[in-house]
Design a protein around this ligand. Structure first.
Ligand code: CA2
Length: 144
């Protein structure tokens, strides 16, 4: 079983800005932690971050036939991108949406999530441990 962990715009800045919202752990350290979690569970994992919507769409399309599940934090594209919604729908790979904060309790413009309609679950407001929870949800869903 292989999982692709996708992160959208500005999440490469984790740990460097706004620690009161997004914590102090860096993107690199998050990837290392999730690698260990997946290794322990016997699950293959790959990470990809981009600040560009079309690049994320390309990565989702390329996942077909290579990954059994996707964990995605689309960041700001959550609230704007029908292209990401369509890509996840098109590949048909079970996908879990993750948010470090709880967008529903922040500004009103964060309350819409386009991608949610294509996801089997959403984990929000649990900090970076939300990514681990999303991986567990996928493992359960895929019978691992
Ligand atoms: O809570 C989340 O995970 C979000 O997806 C984060 C997005 C935001 O637009 C969503 O509404 C909720 C923003 C990601 C920005 O990441 C940063 C990380 C560190 C420092 C600055 C920005």
């Amino acid at each position: 079983m292989r999982i692709l962990v996708l992160n959208g715009p500005n999440l490469n800045l984790l740990g460097m800005r706004e620690p009161e919202i997004y914590g102090r752990e860096t993107y690199a350290s998050l990837c290392e932690r999730l690698t260990r979690v997946c290794e322990a569970a016997g699950v293959g994992v790959e990470f990809f971050q981009s600040n560009h919507e079309g690049v994320l769409v390309d990565r989702i399309q390329e996942a077909r036939g290579h990954f059994d599940g996707i964990v995605i934090n689309p960041a700001a594209y959550t609230h704007t991108s029908i292209a990401l919604l369509d890509a996840v729908k098109a590949v048909g790979i079970p996908t879990v949406e993750v948010h470090i904060s709880d967008p529903d309790t922040r500004e009103p413009f964060r309350r819409i999530s386009y991608i949610r309609a294509a996801c089997i679950a959403t984990v929000k407001g649990k900090g970076l441990s939300g990514y681990e929870e999303a991986i567990k949800i996928l493992c359960r869903h895929l019978g691992k």
